[in-house]
Design a protein around this ligand. Sequence first.
Ligand SMILES: Nc1nc2c(ncn2[C@@H]2O[C@H](COP(=O)(O)OP(=O)(O)OP(=O)(O)O)[C@@H](O)[C@H]2O)c(=O)[nH]1
Ligand SMILES: [Mg+2]
Ligand SMILES: [Zn+2]
Length: 331
Amino acid sequence: MSKRKLSDQQSRRVNLKRQKSDAPSSMDLQPGLVITNFGKRLLVESEQGEIISCAIRQHLGKLVAGDRVFWQPDIELGTGIVSENLARHSALSRPGFRGQTRMVAANIDIIGIVAPIEPGIHPDMIDRYLVAAAQLNLPCALIINKTDLLTTDEDWEALAETLLPYDELGIEIIPVSSQIEDGLEELEDFLSDKTSVLVGPSGAGKSSLINALIPDLDIRTSRLSEATGLGVHTTTNSILYHLPKGGDIIDSPGVRQFSPAPCSLSELEGYYADFEPFLGQCKFNNCTHTIEPDCAIKQAVEQEAIAESRFQSFQRLLAEFKANTTKPSNS
Ligand SMILES: Nc1nc2c(ncn2[C@@H]2O[C@H](COP(=O)(O)OP(=O)(O)OP(=O)(O)O)[C@@H](O)[C@H]2O)c(=O)[nH]1
Ligand SMILES: [Mg+2]
Ligand SMILES: [Zn+2]
């Protein structure tokens, strides 16, 4: 491959810098923040707030919105090359194709689980993200979107009942409507000065919420929608946005069914904080809380001290993890 030619003026500038620098090889390296990963290229934000399309050095692995990197500008092309990634303090991933994992977001402080009134709130989905957050030791907020679709007192009461287990777990619950712009201030205040990621099923309204929080984005997303010819536009890559009052928010693609990383029975029990008072009280110390007699967890469910929905999601995850570990390794 031939070296790209620099103009005389550029060469002079580079030479000048080189003379001053003690470390010529890393002279042009600049810190940057990954805004999104398109697969072969990244959009990186420089410290000056410019967005640069960058190639990625092959050894770097999977980079994602929220990653901190060092990149080198290509003066001639106006692009860059990412050559180093910094250690992450947190990273959310999800299962991808053929047993691989897909990165969702890096360096996040909080996970915002977006659960929509329509098509419906599914405790199983919420619990799966709560387990992932517990695995990462990250806090969660439960963002209930599309509250404009709740019309009667009964609707609100039914919602409160569904959410009771989460309220009892001390999880922040933020009801919002991006459509009628309700609850947005509370949401923005809660997310300010943090890096958050919005997760949840496709159509939950994650992108709509970000649009509502950052008014300037309206134009960009409506244009995208026209391009696809669809009334809705599915997010395909995680993208980081800056919030007006401070803090960053990462939009992520919706998933049909999210799965946390497989773990052991005792680890999973540890991620269900509402099981805690009853652990160690079953007749068998390796009790899986399914068919065993004298099971303290099942008794707690019968006495409504543990919500049935929480017990069901625990059992489904346990069965899923077991099925994964017993699958032939070449599948
Ligand atoms: N009624 C109502 N509809 C909403 C609200 N927020 C979003 N929607 C609608 O829900 C649909 C999906 O919204 P999106 O923001 O694209 O959902 P998403 O979670 O980003 O979906 P993916 O990108 O596929 O993961 C759109 O048709 C929105 O108009 C709301 O507060 N109320
Ligand atoms: Mg979206
Ligand atoms: Zn038990």
